[in-house]
Write a protein that binds this ligand. Structure first.
Ligand code: IMP
Ligand code: MG
Length: 172
């Protein structure tokens, strides 16, 4: 069962609006490509894109670093790639949470090799206390403690993604 609400729907909406405004400001006059990492980024992506006032396209990619349970394996596998040319594009990777940093360190390297003009990371949550590799996201919704977070896209064994707020569960 999930525990108490850590971040309410209202707080999420207000913060996502701020990040959208920040991205709009930072990329004024430019086009951007948002690349959402499935499946966890879906609610954040859907809310964030509607708060960005720029020429924007969206893509999705699926990777896996967790094979069930609450511990990352550290091995990143691409399950679904994107098929557009990223050369000279302003790319923002949209992720649910940065934990060890393995997934985003891998993706950053992967996209940098595809010739983007700029590459930024927008993560809804950041859990810096668990970092195993150096990775500093450019846009962060909220910084969270070392708890296993669920809701607003984040899952435990594929469950709880649909919760409109952020909560946590006991690690198994
Ligand atoms: P990292 O590679 O360790 O940074 O982990 C990134 C991925 O692990 C995220 O995209 C999430 O899917 C998953 N993850 C990490 N921490 C949590 C958590 O607290 N709750 C749910 N999923 C998590
Ligand atoms: Mg995920």
């Amino acid at each position: 069962m999930v525990n108490e609400v850590l971040i309410s729907e209202d707080k999420i909406a207000a913060r996502v609006k701020e990040i959208g405004a920040q991205i709009t400001e930072d990329f004024k006059g430019e086009e951007i490509v948002l690349i959402g990492i499935l499946k966890g980024s879906v609610p954040f992506m859907a809310d964030l894109m509607r708060r960005i006032d720029l020429d924007t396209t969206i893509e999705f990619m699926q990777v896996s670093s967790y094979f069930g349970g609450t511990k990352s394996s550290g091995v990143v596998k691409i399950i679904k790639d994107i098929d557009i040319d990223l050369r000279d594009k302003n790319v923002i990777i949209v992720e649910d949470i940065v934990d060890s940093g393995n997934t985003l360190a891998y993706l950053k390297n992967y996209f940098n090799n595809r010739g983007c003009k700029t590459l930024k990371i927008a993560t809804f949550l950041d859990k810096p206390s668990r970092r195993k590799v150096e990775l500093v996201p450019d846009y962060v919704g909220f910084t969270v403690d070392d708890l296993f977070i669920v809701g607003y896209g984040l899952d435990l064994d594929q469950k709880y993604r649909q919760l409109p707020y952020i909560s946590w569960v006991k690690e198994v």
